[in-house]
Design a protein around this ligand. Structure first.
Ligand SMILES: [Zn+2]
Ligand SMILES: [Zn+2]
Length: 262
């Protein structure tokens, strides 16, 4: 038996012994499907028509979005444009199954290969934005080294690699995160913008100055982390900063729209 034939045979055998499962719904799927079953893929592809606020990323639901200033995203009635230091946010969908399941699998259950489909979807949504052509570089949101060490990888970096490759732009590590703060998840929204203040610093200022940058992260909850990252890059001279996430988490309300802390 030739080596490639042997490899194929071994691959088939392993496939029988350890069937690949969909990262979201866990049904067994044939190897080579990218870790997501066809049904979950079509659910995610169906999210393209959802309208959402270009700053906080929340579903627009029955509410009309206000058109932004020239070149700015349309925003919801609850968003204070002054609060956000990125110009617009792109998302694949809300933090709901199957996206939420895929992200959990990707971050906490060793599902690193899921960076492939998640990053591809992210890139497809960025490509559809009017600002996509202006991006000079893709910038992952860094973790503090203690977080990164604990997790073993930075999920934003794995996604940013795929997004950058798909967009044909370089990935640039233009942010450092020297300051450790309590996880944002433990704080109410009103405190998140304060808690995160000053945690990032800009690296390679010559690559930041005058450039249009696209931050990449997995999940956006209030936008505080992305906004602080954007503030840091803009203070270092970036011409404009945009943000791309896989999902935006939305607290449930009786009428399906996020109700947030004042
Ligand atoms: Zn599935
Ligand atoms: Zn909003």
């Amino acid at each position: 038996m030739s080596v490639p034939a042997m490899r194929r045979w071994l691959g088939d055998l392993l496939g029988l012994m350890f069937p690949v499962r969909c990262g979201a719904c866990r049904v067994p799927i044939p190897p080579g499907e990218g870790g997501v079953c066809a049904e979950c893929q079509s659910l995610v592809l169906g999210l393209v028509d959802q309208s959402y606020c270009g700053l906080c990323g929340q579903d627009a639901g029955p509410f009309a979005l206000r058109p932004g200033a020239a070149g700015q995203a349309a925003v919801c009635g609850l968003c204070d444009a002054e609060l956000y230091r990125y110009a617009a946010l792109s998302r694949v969908g809300a933090y709901e199954p199957p996206l939420s399941d895929l992200i959990k699998q990707f971050k906490y259950a060793g599902g690193h290969p899921l960076a492939g489909p998640l990053g591809e979807w992210q890139a497809a949504h960025v490509s559809a934005q009017p600002w996509a052509a202006r991006i000079d570089a893709v910038v992952p949101v860094p973790l503090h080294w203690r977080r990164r060490w604990g997790r073993g990888f930075n999920q934003s970096e794995l996604l940013a690699e795929v997004v950058a490759a798909r967009l044909g732009k370089p990935m640039a590590h233009l942010l450092a995160r020297p300051v450790h703060r309590p996880p944002q998840a433990s704080l109410p929204r009103s405190q998140r913008f304060e808690n995160i203040r000053g945690v990032f610093s800009a690296r390679h200022p010559r690559e930041v100055r005058g450039r249009t940058l696209c931050l990449v992260d997995d999940v956006c909850t209030t936008g505080a982390t992305l906004s602080e990252a954007a503030r840091t890059l803009r203070n270092a001279g970036a011409a404009a900063v945009y943000a791309a996430v896989v999902a935006v988490s939305q607290p449930p309300t009786p009428f399906g729209r996020a109700m947030r802390d004042p």
